[in-house]
Design a protein around this ligand. Structure first.
Ligand code: BGC
Length: 441
């Protein structure tokens, strides 16, 4: 183990000593993928041709008043970032393609952008990393939005054509395909509460867009397989689903319990039910544990997430409950497909909590594997701090901190903790000190 950062900081020094006792590293299966995840608009910078670019400029849309702007300049600094990931012993990387760069006008493919992403994927491969590629991570080209976005008549055909193009261009470089990132989050934010573009709040349109996303996935899944099957390499296609663990706030309350059942089924499972048989894996993005209290008398706020207890929260006020990732995994194990943790992380600028959150969650991933679940990899969100959608630059999710004035990258303590785990392909016993094991006695 490294235990010391290159700056000479011993990241275990503040923790209680462990009375010497022998315990093996909790080893993960051979070939387990250890990576981190990003998305194009959040890191690349200068993504002028999508729906977020103008949306960000309108007052009130981004809570800290920032815009994505240059973001992390990853469009030009991708080699530096991949070098960082490699130096931190990551053997896989998840990234997304910016549709608005590849197809800036309807039906016109941009050759420079196509070549650019090929170089990015080759750069990851040259560093010995597997590539998980997301086709759509929340942002849409302006031309697509102008014709109605996912509400338009031929939305599904447009998406299929784009994904087919990616399969043809990058099929030799991609190990896992994610057609859509978090369809349910997109639906809630863009068509439910309307805090993301197109800023709609309509149950009727939500149903329509949900159905369009299910069809889009089905067509994309078949398109990728159609292009790549028979070439010899396995073709692995799925989605990244934001899985929320729900809990009734009042344990004895029938209405809270019923609502939790309904919320779990709708939010976590409905997409898989409507696209059954068209997933080669289940991708889990895990961030949220909700204690739900229902107020049947208040139509406008029928249910709410209880914040009244003193729970530990992230910098964004989200409850931290890393061990509950076990429940999220078990809930998705019912599909009997390989699982990837396609995202998991915490907004925590001073990094005081991230190492513990990381170790606590991975301990549960380890136990889920021991319980028989076929988990193939873990991608931490995120490699670097980035543009956090409507929260602007407020939420710092990076293993690596970014100074957005200078673009300087500085790995946080947690980057080294994670690096040790990646290097060992397991959780060294000493790291369990982060979750309270081995308190001096
Ligand atoms: C999304 C990311 C986002 C992260 C943290 C996930 O829902 O895929 O784009 O930055 O959560 O909020």
């Amino acid at each position: 183990m490294m235990q010391k950062t290159p700056q000479g900081i011993d990241y275990l020094s503040e923790l209680p000593e462990v009375r010497p006792h022998i315990h093996e590293t909790r080893k993960f299966p051979d070939g387990f993928l250890w990576g981190s995840a990003t998305s194009s608009h959040q890191v690349e910078g200068d993504n002028r041709n999508n729906d977020w670019w103008d949306w960000e400029k309108a007052s009130g849309h981004i809570i800290d008043g920032t815009v994505s702007g240059a973001a992390c300049e990853q469009y030009t600094r991708y080699e530096e970032d991949l070098d960082l990931a490699k130096s931190l012993h990551q053997n896989a990387h998840r990234l997304s393609i910016e549709w608005s760069r590849i197809e800036p006008e309807e039906g016109k493919w941009d050759i420079d952008a196509t070549v650019h992403y090929r170089r990015v994927l080759e750069a990851a491969k040259a560093r010995g990393m597997q590539v998980m590629l997301t086709c759509w991570h929340f942002t849409l080209p302006k031309w697509f939005v102008a014709k109605g976005g996912l509400e338009s008549q031929d939305a599904v055909e447009c998406f299929e054509r784009y994904v087919r193009y990616l399969a043809v261009e990058y099929g030799d470089l991609v190990d896992q395909w994610v057609t859509i990132n978090e369809p349910m989050i997109y639906l809630v934010q863009s068509y439910g509460i309307g805090v993301w573009p197109p800023g709609v709040s309509s149950p009727f349109k939500s149903v329509h867009v949900f159905s369009a996303m299910c069809r889009a996935h089905r067509r994309a899944y078949k398109a990728i397989h159609g292009v790549l099957d028979g070439r010899g390499a396995p073709v692995v296609v799925g989605i990244a689903q934001n899985v929320i663990t729900f809990e009734p706030y009042r344990k004895q309350s029938l209405i809270d319990t019923l609502f939790v059942w309904f919320a779990d089924r709708t939010f976590n499972h409905q997409f898989f039910i409507w696209t059954r048989g068209l997933h080669d894996f289940i991708g889990i993005n895990y961030y949220f544990h909700y204690r739900v209290k229902v107020r049947p008398t208040k139509v406008s706020q029928f249910f709410y997430e209880v914040h009244t207890e003193n729970r530990e929260t992230s910098d964004l006020g989200w409850e931290i409950n890393a061990p509950a990732i076990f429940d999220a995994i078990m809930a998705m194990a019912r599909y009997k497909l390989p699982i990837f943790i396609t995202e998991h992380g915490v907004a925590n600028a001073d990094d005081g909590k991230r190492p513990r959150v990381l170790v606590a969650a991975l301990k549960e991933v380890y136990h889920a594997i021991r319980a028989g679940v076929d988990i193939r990899g873990y991608f931490h969100w995120s490699l670097i701090d980035n543009f956090e959608w409507e929260k602007g630059y407020t939420g710092r999710f990076g293993l690596v901190a970014i100074d957005f004035q200078t673009q300087k990258r500085t790995p946080r303590r947690s980057a080294y903790v994670y690096a040790d785990i990646c290097k060992e392909n397991g959780i060294p016993h000493t790291l369990l000190r982060f979750v309270g094991h081995g308190v001096r006695w």
